[in-house]
Design a protein around this ligand. Sequence first.
Ligand code: DQA
Length: 148
Amino acid sequence: MGKHKVLILHGPNLNLLGHREPEIYGYQTLADIDRLIKERASNLEVQVAAFQSNYEGQLIDRIQDARDNYDGILINPGALTHYSYGLRDALSAAELPLVEVHLSNIFAREEFRRHSVISPVASGVICGFGANSYLLGLEALLAVIKKR
Ligand code: DQA
């Protein structure tokens, strides 16, 4: 059996990490976070590819392509979390193990952030641990993939 392959997706505005509201999202840049994910992935012997886009359609294209090319998806959908039925439908159609992550604790913030339209199609959600949300999410996703 070859290595499992996981697609890491970062939604809108996550390219600004490190500069954007660092008191909420931290001082690590997206490149820092991708590096941490790749380090953990290599320890877990899983192959990862990471992609960020500010465009919902580009994320949806990647998800459609993932169906036959990856074993699972780890996604921080950014603000799309709260309203994108298009993203949700794409994730649902992919029929892959899915973990949703957020840097911040979305339940401790503004009212509109407390609802996710993505969570109902995810295996689970991890939020509130900064960059560590991604690392915990990767481990959780791998466990789901292996159990499948
Ligand atoms: C976020 C939380 C969202 O509400 C927000 O729109 C983001 C980042 C997080 O990682 O905490 O862009 O997904």
